[in-house]
Design a protein around this ligand. Sequence first.
Ligand SMILES: Cc1ncc(C[n+]2csc(CCOP(=O)(O)OP(=O)(O)O)c2C)c(N)n1
Ligand SMILES: [Mg+2]
Length: 799
Amino acid sequence: MIEPPRETMRPDLAQLEVLHRRLLWLACWTIHNANHLRPKAEGEVKIGGHQASSASMAAILTALFFHVLRPEDRIAVKPHAGPVFHAIHYLMGGQSLENLKAYRGFGGAQSYPSRTKDSIDVDFSTGSVGLGAAFPIFAALTQDYLRARGWGAGPTGRMIALIGDAELDEGNIYEALQEGWKHDLRDVWWVIDYNRQSLDGVVREGLWARVEAVFQAFGWRVTRLKYGALQRAAFAEPGGGALRDWIDACPNALYSALAFRGGAAWRERLLADIGDHPGTRALIEARSDGEIAALMENLGGHCLASLCEAFDQTTDDRPTVFLAYTIKGWGTPLAGHKDNHAGLMTLEQMEAFRAAMGVAEGAEWDPFAAVPDPAALRAYLELVPFFAKGRRRHTAQGIPTPERVRLEDKVLSTQAGFGKILDEIARRGGPLAERIVTMSPDVTVSTNLGGWVNRRGLFARDPRGDTFREERVPSAQKWAFSPTGQHIELGIAEMNLMLMLGAAGLAHSLFGQRLIPIGTVYDPFIARGLDALTYACYQDARFLLVGTPSGVTLAPEGGAHQSIATPLIGMAQDGIAAFEPAYLDELALILAWSFDYLQRDGEGDPDERTWLRDETGGSVYLRLSTRPLEQVLRRPDPHFEQGVIDGAYWLREPGPNAEVVIAYQGAVAPEAIEAAGRIMGARRDIGVLAVTSADRLNAGWTAARRARARGLASARSHAERLLDPLPAHCTLITVIDGHPATLAWLGAVAGHRTVPLGVEHFGQTGTIAELYRHYGIDAGAIVAAASHIAPGKPIRLVG
Ligand SMILES: Cc1ncc(C[n+]2csc(CCOP(=O)(O)OP(=O)(O)O)c2C)c(N)n1
Ligand SMILES: [Mg+2]
């Protein structure tokens, strides 16, 4: 599909200048108000906010939001330019005065733009530097994926990141650039606020040359915005060449320091350095101190004419980075100071700034203060294209989730079962199969996605055949790429997997098309992408993450590949429900439930049975294993089915006088069952609790306690319903191939003595039996715990 060229209008520079001043003022004032004027709570010292970082980017945001952007574009705003972003929405009527006054306060405008916490139209949250930069790359890949299928009408958007120059120190940036290149990235812009200052100081000299080389290496167009229009005009004057050479040779720190000191200091320095060049002295002397300062601070990133021109000229879809030279704190008394990152204008400075901005006392919050022609500005704002269609968030139709897949295998691991279920979904076809998109960081085959990929193919914009197949080299894997392929093969960088899951998991909201993204990763390497996972969850992206294989159960692979802490990550990570099934029927139930849960978007009250807020939906994390387990034969049982989803069910219901209950999660099920069999003769009424989700059990328990504390005495969680009936003398033995703290809290639910077994030290190579014994999670360890803690008849310690 060839799209018509994007329409560009001539920028109305006069209105943009006015808007730039408005944004600069409102952003600084919002921060000032929060820190200096709002009544402080006891012990509250500083609220914070970034006046200098905001000022640095105010012109860039002005040009983009009020001239360049179109409703279909999506943008990540540099986190510490958040106040400018709020000011934009305030001017457009979307952000309330109340929220601005409550900036960084409870329920107020957020410190960093947030999709989920802010009330305004935030496309991509930002905060953890580097991630907001990379995310639009994956949003562009998602857009391409949808376009290749003809899903979603309307013009193609540009996915834009506004980033600080120090963000380029984050390694994930380069991982994302490389991954983008592999997928023929298009429709992405990065605008770098090249103020050459980070948090602590000034960045290394000559960074721009490295930056440009890196982007060019990945096929990006580099547009350098170094000089503003004033500077370019001065360079054309007699002696202007020397001025330009001086600027080019000036070290970053000196430029910043002179910007802080102002016009007289610029004059003194320029005259000393280049005053004897023909024409240059006259060029300098023809200008007042204020004019010299304005000239020297007229870098490309502050010049609306230069910005609009550069953006408007970029009409093709090639990824483009704009290296926009700026001064941190531009236009404020903080400009250029090396310590300005967290710096705030003093009361006196703000007073002078207010006067300089022409804002009358008492009119500080007036959106149109100091606007020469408010009616003309109002008329301009009404036509700003980006806001013309109102809120830009979409919704998507739900994908019906079919009957769950039932596997008949007698012995199988959850990882293999997962592969078989996906394979079967692919074979059956239908709406769900069409909307699933899988992805994996170079572990597609080893996480059992092979069957799915063989049926559904790999995604690429341009078809590429499977050469090995064409050359008749035997392989179980078909590895052909096409625009309708449904697997996105990623390089090893797990960070990119999480970002891709995040972007595809927002397709419904960003592009109005529902995708069901499924990503597989070796469980220990979740840690590699953890910040991006948190970031995806914080944005409320919806996806299924499969961590497999996991734990020391991956015996011969050794400590570098065996995960220990991931069950705790699953519990602690907001926005994602973590499950660790042991059996195939559990897995099938959880998957079927997940496909629906991922799509939910309700507001509903918590479920009275579990106290989980399931109506709101979320993402799902499955921790799976390569250990083949003999399957349990079960008759249809709604309690079992519900329990699997709620987080636990009685594999063996305890009797009224239970002395011991064994609660296990995941692949150690056979150990728990064997131990129960051995203990049974010597202890009464023993129970075995199969925990499928410590996360959901724990979340429900916490929510129910909170509800009771608020006076709802009847609130009871699933964990409480399970454990309350146990007699007080009953001992809980919990066991997991993972950190023991995952289940240890169960003892607190109804006040039972608890022995938490699990793995707390790095794994190592060995057989499963050897490692389970070594780490104390085998049947013997469970039996030993029972015989020590729950006194009574001696129990057979050896199986
Ligand atoms: C991952 C991460 N590490 C550290 C921080 C703390 N931090 C916030 S801004 C910043 C410096 C940013 O400098 P730059 O990107 O150049 O932005 P500027 O303020 O100069 O525009 C740091 C270290 C963060 N937000 N995220
Ligand atoms: Mg910077």
